[in-house]
Ligand binder design. Sequence first.
Ligand code: F3S
Length: 62
Amino acid sequence: MKISIDTGSCSGHARCAAAAPELFLLDDDGYVLPVEGEIPEELEEAARDGERACPERAITLH
Ligand code: F3S
């Protein structure tokens, strides 16, 4: 699994970081940072939680 983040759609709600802080980090302005590379299997559920938590649909899983 990989995570794509549409940084243009991120409005800084920070719900992704609240739902899955081990995956989603915020920059100094409160916008989510890109998540690079393959997501380990044990973090896939956290990735789904983060995706569902974003009201802007800025997070896409592949
Ligand atoms: Fe941005 Fe959505 Fe997270 S708006 S900070 S990606 S909850």
